[in-house]
Ligand binder design. Structure first.
Ligand SMILES: NC(=O)c1ccc[n+]([C@@H]2O[C@H](COP(=O)([O-])OP(=O)(O)OC[C@H]3O[C@@H](n4cnc5c(N)ncnc54)[C@H](O)[C@@H]3O)[C@@H](O)[C@H]2O)c1
Ligand SMILES: O=P(O)(O)OC[C@@H](O)[C@@H](O)[C@H](O)[C@H](O)CO
Length: 462
């Protein structure tokens, strides 16, 4: 009987050539799985990932104790299939700035990957770096003084500055967060921050850093104690960091890798010249659908995506939302929505609505409002389901805890009628939305017919 707490590699770890920031569940189900599969495909070079936690050291400790090894449990409606992932070759506390800079100095490190959430890019609602964010301001001051950074853009500037000083050449930054043109988003905030720290660094970044945009897809909920028990039963191992994910997986990338990359295509990734149609289809169908189910489902007392998907009212709204998006997508929606009906119905994946509902102020502009924008450009009427998601989100806002970006808005909503709440909310998250007046009217109509759900706002109904 093997020692259930002992973790040993069956072969020497691959050299660390990818640095990853944001050691959450998704990176372990997606980036690391693709990298492992590429390594297993027998390419000449194996690529290992050295990962840093995004905010706290908590995720690093159990993984470090397991030498970076962990179980990926692929959960289908029929059962669970465990695999040990070994592509994670080093795990660090994100606050370890010396270790972070050291990787950037190494010539063999050619790729930096990110899963830091949409909010992690620290953007204003118009897209640039939010210099008024106190943590961003602190990073700028610290980096100017040669100190360490705490935000994701700050750490990247710190790392790239170390690479420039070491003279170890070009590198690719690859965003794996749910944002359209996420490579461009990363580039913008990094260049904004670099220009505030050391303007000469911006030229170097423009010449030596490739920003790769990617569409990432694999539904990966937060791991639960019950999942750990399943892993224990299936593998005999005491894994403190297992990840549960669905069988479906997709990765589409656009951009250059001037210092090489794993052969991710051997694991099914696709490299394209124009990513936009793919990311739009995913954000407007899957992620928009998730947000709708989250706010409407939570308002009905439901807990998971599968619960909300089984609710006839949520389902009808979802189908309407998909029709509104399909009319402005350039790729066909039919196969994607057919697959999504199966994926959302997989009740063995317990994807909690509360997890998806977080940070709606950052997510809705890219998932819902871009569709409204595209419909307006195409001369199509405002989509009632899209306006309904915004109304459901406004109703859901009952405190800043799960949406720090909406804190100011939350303070201004009580006592306002539907129309004022709709306008305040859209001004806060989408100041540049075309035909905002028309959309706001529809949001207000949807707000007016919603039943009171939020203790904070219930007394403020018109
Ligand atoms: N879970 C999924 O199904 C899924 C699928 C596709 C894409 N994604 C993308 O991956 C991101 C992370 O998802 P997850 O499931 O790993 O979540 P998670 O909660 O397991 O992990 C979040 C990670 O982001 C880091 N982070 C959070 N806020 C940050 C900040 N302000 N600055 C820097 N780092 C920060 C955390 O430290 C952690 O490493 C999502 O926000 C999304 O953009 C997730
Ligand atoms: O991870 P977030 O918080 O950006 O969004 C929640 C979900 O919509 C998202 O994680 C999906 O599950 C994922 O994008 C599927 O690929």
């Amino acid at each position: 009987m093997p020692d259930p707490t002992s973790w040993e590699r069956t072969e020497a770890p691959a050299p660390a050539r990818i640095v990853h920031l944001g050691l959450g569940a998704f990176a372990r189900a997606h980036l690391l799985w693709y990298t492992q599969r590429a390594n297993e495909a027998g390419t000449a070079e194996r690529w290992g990932v050295a990962a840093f936690t995004g905010r706290s050291a908590a995720a690093a400790q159990p993984l470090a104790r397991q030498d970076g090894l962990y179980t990926l449990l692929v959960r289908s409606p029929e059962g669970d299939a465990p695999t040990t992932i070994d592509a994670l070759v080093a795990v660090h506390d994100g606050a370890d700035a010396d270790a972070w800079r050291e990787y950037f100095r190494r010539p063999e490190v050619g790729v930096v990957t990110l899963t830091v959430t949409e909010a992690g890019y620290r953007r204003t609602s118009t897209g640039g770096l939010d210099r008024h964010d106190p943590e961003v301001a602190r990073d700028i001051a610290n980096l100017r003084a040669g100190g360490d950074a705490g935000t994701a853009p700050g750490r990247l500037v710190d790392g790239l500055r170390a690479r420039r000083a070491a003279g170890t050449g070009p590198i690719a930054v690859v965003s794996c967060d749910n944002l359209p043109d996420n490579g461009r988003v990363a580039r913008r905030v990094i260049l904004d921050l670099a220009s505030a720290v050391d303007p000469s660094l911006t030229d170097w970044i423009e010449q030596h850093v490739s920003f790769v945009s990617t569409m990432v897809d694999r539904i990966t909920p937060a791991t639960t104690e019950a999942d750990r028990a399943v892993v224990r039963k299936l593998t005999g191992r005491e894994d403190r960091s297992p990840v549960v994910t669905e069988p479906f997986s997709e990765w589409v990338l656009q951009g250059d890798f001037p210092a090489g990359r794993p052969r991710w295509e051997a694991a099914g990734a696709r490299f394209v010249d124009d990513l936009e149609p793919y990311e739009r289809r995913k954000l407007w169908l899957l992620n928009a659908g998730h947000s709708l189910l989250a706010y409407e489902g939570l308002a009905r007392g439901l807990t998971t995506v599968a619960d909300a998907f089984a609710d006839p009212t949520c389902r009808a709204e979802l189908e309407q939302l998909w029709s509104e998006a399909a009319e402005v997508l350039t790729l066909p929606a039919h196969d994607a929505t057919a697959a999504l009906r199966e994926r959302f119905a997989n009740a063995r994946i317990e994807h909690r609505l509360a997890q998806i509902a977080r940070d709606g102020s950052v997510k809705l502009p890219v998932r819902i409002l871009t569709v409204a924008q595209a419909r307006a450009v195409a001369g199509l009427p405002v989509g009632p389901a899209g306006a309904g998601v915004v109304a459901a989100w406004i109703d859901h806002l009952d405190g800043a805890a799960s949406d720090p970006g909406a804190a100011d808005l939350v303070a201004r909503l009580p006592g306002q009628g539907s129309s004022a709440r709709a306008v305040l909310a859209l001004d806060a998250i989408a100041p540049r939305l075309a035909r905002k007046d028309v959309f706001a009217r529809h949001v207000a109509e949807r707000l007016a017919v919603r039943r009171p759900t939020s203790p904070t706002l219930a007394g403020a109904r018109p």
